[in-house]
Design a protein. Structure first.
Length: 145
């Protein structure tokens, strides 16, 4: 990126998608390592499923934001909030459904993995956002809408 040039809204959203995915993958690997060492190989099935559903749902949500990146800021904000709420609820419902259908799967391991992967996604996304050049436009002094 050239000095002083801001990225387009779509490119910023894609950059956040890449950062979130990378953070989630790193957190997922740490969860697998931690559960593998502390609990044993039996926990890795829960870690695998938890990571897959979390990354899957959050990639879909971030792709919604990429698609709407050039829309009006209010539309982007509302879509982001609604999308985030729907993703969190969907991940919880899918996890509950899986635990109910697969009785030998440890629901605590699944839930903790989901939280770890989600935290990795959000931390990486916030870190990446703090380094993006986001233009802000204020009306000249004395002018209001």
């Amino acid at each position: 990126m050239a000095e002083g040039r801001a990225l387009s809204p779509r490119r910023r959203a894609l950059r956040l998608l890449a950062a979130g995915s990378g953070g989630a993958a790193a957190a997922w690997a740490l969860a697998a390592l931690g559960f593998g060492l502390l609990v044993g190989p039996s926990a890795l099935v829960a870690v695998l499923i938890g990571g897959l559903i979390t990354i899957g749902f959050f990639m879909v949500g971030q792709l919604v934001q990429v698609a709407l990146a050039a829309a009006e800021p209010v539309v982007v904000m509302m879509a982001s909030l609604v999308s985030y709420l729907l993703r969190v609820v969907a991940v919880a419902l899918v996890a509950a459904w899986i635990v109910k259908r697969v009785p030998w799967l440890d629901g605590r391991q699944l839930g903790v993995t989901i939280l770890i992967v989600l935290a990795g996604w959000l931390a990486a996304e916030v870190f990446a956002f703090s380094r993006l050049r986001v233009p802000a436009f204020d009306p000249p002094q004395g002018q209001t809408d």
